[in-house]
Design a protein around this ligand. Structure first.
Ligand SMILES: NC(=O)c1ccc[n+]([C@@H]2O[C@H](COP(=O)([O-])OP(=O)(O)OC[C@H]3O[C@@H](n4cnc5c(N)ncnc54)[C@H](OP(=O)(O)O)[C@@H]3O)[C@@H](O)[C@H]2O)c1
Ligand SMILES: *[C@@H]1O[C@H](CO)[C@@H](O)[C@H](O)[C@H]1NC(C)=O
Ligand SMILES: *[C@@H]1O[C@H](CO)[C@@H](O)[C@H](O)[C@H]1NC(C)=O
Length: 341
């Protein structure tokens, strides 16, 4: 567990540790946990660049105005993009790549709370599963060269280490057996399956990437209950039900501001190093495979790591892990071909 004091302490030391000029991309930075984390990032860094990716221009403008006032040396850019479409993800990434040769933090929290059934985009994928999984991994795949530059392990020193991290906010800890014959849920769609597949594929793929890109660390977090705008697309009845649940859960609610600080901790604390990074002065947290410092971490809402998951262990042993990443890459290729013809 990380106390809030330890979290704030860590966050206030980010500039001292990594230097100024960090670059962070917040996909879903116009609201909720992404917004709160972007605010904490700007508060705690100097001369940094932040990208807020989302659809709501008015909200983005308001957030940027406030942050710019607080930190005039920060450079904050809104990228208007409907990231439920992979082609728009690609456009957003090209824009970032034109401006930046490195990325230090890729923060992924785009999502919707809809309870509708399968909602197919013109790319042939379900919108919610895309927002919670495929689009996120598309950002990772596209920006890996910039993340590897962010790591710059050759230039990093003991007194000035580097930072290169991907954080995906969904529901670590709830990984479960999937339907391996229908990973994109063409015919087995249900709200439960959608959640299960999005959560489990996030963990399994990021664990795979952490072992193949040892300069970059990966985190899947469960944020706990945070009052955000996630319920905005729900009908009145569902909204009332969710509000009632949130009221009951009040004692466990994580305040908006605290959630941002906690996720900045996830994004920048040295306790979650990539596989290749060894620093004798830190005590790395337990990775998803039970080994300390193995590069992929599943974080609970209080900042502690979950015990290794049985299903992930099985998928790893049976080679399912690389099958899932291959499936993901082939979905990207399929959509890309469809778009370019
Ligand atoms: N809040 C909680 O208690 C809780 C608990 C467990 C898990 N989670 C998960 O945490 C993640 C973040 O949730 P949140 O509570 O921060 O929700 P939120 O306040 O609704 O924020 C969601 C973000 O996603 C963006 N987004 C949604 N659809 C988009 C689209 N088509 N294109 C581009 N951006 C899009 C929104 O931006 P625009 O509006 O600008 O498009 C917004 O910035 C979600 O995946 C959620 O399932 C949340
Ligand atoms: C809340 O936000 C303020 C800045 O507005 C910050 O100084 C403070 O440390 C935050 N508190 C917590 C508990 O996150
Ligand atoms: C995934 O793809 C790679 C490269 O194309 C290949 O070497 C590997 O065997 C594949 N794994 C599985 C489980 O299909």
């Amino acid at each position: 567990m990380a106390s809030i004091a330890a979290v704030l302490d860590n966050n206030s030391a980010i500039t001292r540790r990594y230097g100024p000029g960090l670059v962070a991309v917040f996909v879903g930075g116009t609201s909720g946990i992404g917004e709160s984390t972007a605010r904490a990032f700007i508060r705690n860094t100097d001369a940094s660049h932040a990208y807020l990716v989302g659809r709501d221009q008015a909200r983005a403008a308001e957030i940027i105005r406030e942050l710019q006032q607080m930190k005039p040396d920060a450079q904050i850019t809104f990228i208007k993009s409907d990231v439920s479409l992979l082609r728009e993800v690609d456009d957003a990434c090209s824009l970032i790549q034109r401006n930046e040769d490195k990325v230090n933090i890729l923060f992924l929290s785009p999502g919707i709370g809809t309870m509708k059934g399968r909602d197919e985009t013109d790319e042939g994928l379900d919108r919610k599963l895309n927002l919670h999984y495929y689009s996120r991994m598309r950002f990772v795949q596209n920006l890996l060269p910039q993340l590897v530059k962010g790591a710059d392990i050759t230039r990093a020193t003991e007194s000035q280490p580097s930072l290169s991290r991907v954080v995906s906010v969904l529901e670590a800890g709830s990984e479960a057996a999937m339907n391996l014959d229908d990973l994109s849920l063409k015919t087995h769609y249900s709200l439960r399956n959608c959640a299960k597949h999005a959560i489990t594929m996030n963990s399994v793929s990021m664990e795979h990437l952490a072992s193949h890109y040892p300069q970059v660390s990966f985190i899947h977090s469960f944020p706990g209950i945070v009052r955000t705008r996630l319920n905005r697309d729900l009908g009145t009845v569902a909204k009332c039900a969710v509000n009632a649940l949130v009221a009951i859960a009040k004692p466990w609610e994580i305040p908006f501001n605290e959630s941002g600080e906690r996720h900045l901790y996830a994004a920048a604390s040295p306790t979650f190093p990539p596989l290749a990074y060894k620093d004798s002065s830190i005590d790395p947290a337990e990775g998803s495979d039970g080994r300390n410092g193995s590069g992929f971490y599943r974080l609970s809402s209080d900042g502690s790591t979950y015990k290794p998951s049985k299903i992930m262990e099985r998928y790893r042993a049976e080679g399912v892990r690389s099958l899932i990443w291959n499936h993901t890459v082939s979905v990207f290729a399929h959509v890309h071909n469809k778009v370019s013809v």
